[in-house]
Design a protein around this ligand. Structure first.
Ligand code: ZN
Length: 334
């Protein structure tokens, strides 16, 4: 991609079907960014790189942009194999460790209550209970120590300065790696070219407002990143035009918020918002992600006082717009 920066793509199951990982030449070793899921095929792909393209030098540092399984899945395995350290932000490391701890546990009542309130059917709740605690299936145990990455910190990699730029909303403290000298940014899931990064509310923080954090982060990235960068995203292909893309993503959320406010002039339960949010019906296999993303938009409007929320007689959240507190998207578009 640039001097000392190499792109590898690993295959994954599921609709995304791949992740992009980055190999950075770093003096007498390699720094790698993100790791793929804990899959036999991914371990085999790493081994063939260690025997081939990367054979001349060891891995000396593993950086993970955030704690989602496709990014940290093999971090523990790689750090153990090369006796090197994992570098992550604190909130990502701690959140990843927390969710690893749920492995094999039963779904807590707080979580099933949240999904009942947000409209899950009995069978959807059963599916959720069965899948709960599966994080550890795709993630090798995390190291017991790590090196903390912080916002605006600089790292020297391969003799060049790289700056950490954190963002919230997709995950708690996602790290992008910006190299001004090479005019590129490793964007992880914070900036993707054609899919909008998932911004979801989870049952651990049911009244959370990750969309507010997401929009603030995206606005801040517009301040930090110049437009002539090559963006290296974790999914799909590298692209240019980071500012155009950030503005498109911000606008897509603004449009969804305005559409929801209009829709909720009549009270609705959450699943009745899916068509407005996604333009299609939502099947059982995507219900959790669609619900999380819809709650993120509803909580944003609710925290701003644009809509009200109450629990109806069926125990479901019912949302309704307040005509006197009109949603005006220009409010925060400065
Ligand atoms: Zn992610």
């Amino acid at each position: 991609m640039a001097p000392g920066v190499w792109w590898v793509r690993f295959v994954m199951p599921g609709p995304l079907n791949h992740i992009n990982l980055w190999l950075l030449e770093d003096g007498d070793g390699w720094t790698i960014v993100d790791t793929c899921l804990n899959l036999d095929s991914a371990k085999a792909q790493w081994e063939s790189l260690f025997d081939g393209f990367m054979a001349s030098k060891p891995v000396k540092r593993v950086i993970c942009t955030h704690m989602h399984p496709d990014h940290i899945g093999l971090a523990g395995w790689l750090c153990a194999r090369f006796s090197c350290d994992l570098h992550m932000t604190q909130a990502e490391f701690l959140t990843g460790s927390l969710i690893m701890g749920y492995t094999g546990e039963q779904a807590p009542e707080a979580a099933t209550t949240f999904y009942h309130r947000t409209g899950f059917s009995c069978s959807q709740l059963d599916n959720y209970r069965q899948r709960f605690g599966s994080f550890g299936q795709f993630v090798t145990p995390l190291p017991h120590k790590y090196q903390r990455l912080s916002d605006r910190q600089t790292l020297s990699i391969g003799g060049r300065y790289w700056e950490i730029v954190t963002g919230e909303g997709h995950s708690p403290e996602h790290a992008c790696l910006y190299c001004p000298a090479l005019r590129l940014v490793i964007a992880g899931d914070q900036i993707l070219p054609r899919i909008t990064p998932n911004v979801s509310v989870f049952p651990t923080e049911p009244d959370g407002n990750p969309l507010e954090a997401w929009l603030a982060s995206s606005t801040r990235l517009l301040d930090v990143l110049p437009d002539d960068l090559l963006v290296l995203p974790a999914h799909q292909a590298p692209f240019t035009g980071v500012r155009v893309r950030l503005n498109q993503i911000i606008d897509s959320h603004r449009l969804a918020l305005a559409n929801l406010y209009d829709l909720l002039m009549e009270p609705k339960v959450l699943p009745e918002c899916f068509y407005c949010m996604f333009g299609r019906e939502i099947g059982d296999e995507e219900i959790q992600m669609a619900t999380g993303e819809t709650v993120a938009h509803l909580n944003y409007l609710w925290h701003r006082g644009n809509i009200g929320r109450q629990v109806n007689t069926g125990g479901r959240y019912e949302y309704q717009s307040d005509p006197a507190a009109r949603y005006i998207d220009a409010d925060w578009a400065q």
